[in-house]
Design a protein around this ligand. Sequence first.
Ligand code: 2BA
Length: 109
Amino acid sequence: MKLVIAIIHERDKHKVSDALLQAGHKFTNIATTGGFLRDGNCTLLIGAEDDKVDEIISILDKCCHTREQFVSQTPIDTLASGGMVVSPVKVMVGGAIIFVVNVERYERV
Ligand code: 2BA
C-alpha cells in the first residue's frame, strides 16, 4: 500500500476531489500553507493500493493547472528590502507536488 501526498492549489481542490471520488479513491483534505508564498494551498492524503497510484497521479495531472502569478513582494524580498517596495516577481503556481511513500502498516480498528 502507498500513501500519496499531494500539494495542490486551492482553486483545483474541488475538481480534484470530485475526480478522485468518482474514481472510487479515499482521501483526506488538509488546509495547508506554502512555505514560500505563505498562501493557502491544499494537501491531500490518499491511501491506495500500489496498482492505483498511477491512476491517482493521472487524475492530479488532468485536474491541476499551472498558472503564472505575480507576487508584489515575496517573504524573502520583505527581509532583504528592509520594508522598501520591490518590483513584482513572476512565480509558477498550481500543478501538483506529489510524494508517494510506502505504508508499513494499515489498520482500521
Ligand atoms: P510555496 O512554498 O508557497 O511555493 C509556491 C510557488 O512559488 C512554487 O510552486 C514555486 O513556483 C515558487 N517557489 C517556491 N520556492 C521558491 C523559491 N525559493 N524561489 C523562487 N520561487 C519559489 P510549486 O513548486 O508548484 O510548489 C507549490 C507548493 O507545494 C509550495 O508552495 C509548497 O507548499 C509545496 N511544496 C513544493 N515543493 C515542496 C517540497 N519539496 N516539500 C514540501 N512542500 C513542497
